[in-house]
Write a protein that binds this ligand. Structure first.
Ligand SMILES: *[C@@H]1O[C@H](CO)[C@@H](O)[C@H](O)[C@H]1NC(C)=O
Ligand SMILES: *[C@@H]1O[C@H](CO)[C@@H](O)[C@H](O)[C@H]1NC(C)=O
Ligand SMILES: *[C@@H]1O[C@H](CO)[C@@H](O)[C@H](O)[C@H]1NC(C)=O
Length: 311
């Protein structure tokens, strides 16, 4: 009997797990574990003062005296903002409300990059939100490139535990000498360690912060099966509560200084809250990965002849 019960339990478990990645109204199902609200520790920057146009300026609207911005994608163009400063380590966050309605092929990205300065060996830390088709939800994709390692995508993909089009949710990145952590509503979903065993896979040059919306028809939704349908345009994403605290890079002096522009008792570069995950955060991360991660490059044996060293 016990054996039978186990099989039934196992069966249910498998059913639940399958449901977690195939049903499209899964968001209401989960409540994340409690975690420290890191995003509350820092002040919000003025988008008007701290960002400039990256592309598609006519599709960018600053609102509320520059404390939030609407970025649109329509048939003519996407749009994007770039931080005026470059950073070498810090804490970066935005409250994002995604476009409602069908959005296959639409990509909303909040990321760090230095491709402008290092076209051949650039670094990147990506949060990408990939638009959804009829049957699936928005997908959160995280990725890390270091020193031009664009041939080795280090993607991990997740579903979210909420509907990201209903209201703003926080998407954040910790980047320091210890690790990179991706967080959603302060729940860590991925940690990428800075290991001395393979230093070249870690982003280690100053980067700018970008907020963009663009047409990813070629790849974003089911590998490009569903392109952007401009019948539903414009696609408008709202960015608000943007935070950037850390070490600002002075390009002319080639030095970084850790910003005290946002005085806080917390130090995102070396502070204990940022140097390693707490027990509570680790538990929350395990929860998120178990319930909502549906792709990790480290499990993709069909893609790599030799697995990346950190896997
Ligand atoms: C508008 O934003 C600027 C820059 O952050 C700030 O100095 C100013 O006080 C704000 N004005 C109002 C009315 O909030
Ligand atoms: C980064 O790549 C360049 C060549 O593109 C190489 O010379 C350099 O050693 C690499 N740096 C690290 C830290 O691996
Ligand atoms: C950057 O460095 C240059 C050269 O040392 C200095 O003149 C300038 O004031 C610095 N800029 C900032 C914003 O600190």
């Amino acid at each position: 009997m016990a054996f039978l019960q186990e099989i039934v339990v196992l069966g249910l478990l498998v059913l639940c797990m399958t449901a977690a990645v195939s049903s499209h109204s899964r968001h209401s199902r989960y409540t994340p574990p409690n975690v420290m609200r890191l995003t509350d520790a820092f002040s919000h920057v003025s988008i008007g003062q701290e960002y400039s146009t990256f592309f598609g300026g006519s599709n960018t609207k600053l609102l509320n005296n520059g404390s939030s911005a609407n970025l649109a994608l329509d048939k003519s163009s996407g749009s994007g903002l770039v931080s005026r400063n470059k950073y070498y380590y810090g804490f970066f966050s935005a409250a994002i409300k995604l476009p409602s309605g069908l959005s296959p092929g639409v990509v909303v990205a909040f990321y760090l990059s230095n491709a402008d300065n290092y076209p051949h060996n650039h670094d990147e830390i990506d949060i990408e939100l990939l638009g959804h088709d009829m049957r699936n939800d928005w997908v959160l994709q995280t990725n890390v490139y270091a020193n031009g390692s664009t041939g080795t995508g280090r993607e991990e993909k997740f579903y979210l535990w909420f509907d990201p089009t209903e209201q703003h949710h926080h998407y954040s990145i910790i980047w320091n000498s210890h690790h990179i952590v991706f967080l959603v509503d302060n729940v860590p979903v991925r940690e990428f360690a800075h290991s001395s065993s393979y230093p070249s896979v870690y982003p280690s040059k100053p980067m700018s912060l970008y907020a963009t919306i663009w047409d990813g028809s070629q790849w974003a939704t089911h590998g490009g099966k569903y392109p952007v349908n401009y019948k539903y345009a414009p696609f408008v994403v709202s960015f608000a509560e943007m935070e950037m605290t850390g070490c600002i890079f002075n390009q002319s002096a080639l030095v970084t200084s850790c910003s005290k522009a946002n005085p806080s008792s917390l130090d995102p570069v070396d502070g204990p809250e940022f140097a390693r995950l707490s027990k509570e955060q680790s538990v929350a991360m395990d929860w998120a990965r178990r319930k909502l991660m549906f792709y990790s490059y480290c499990n993709d044996k069909s893609r790599f002849k030799a697995m990346p060293p950190e896997c």
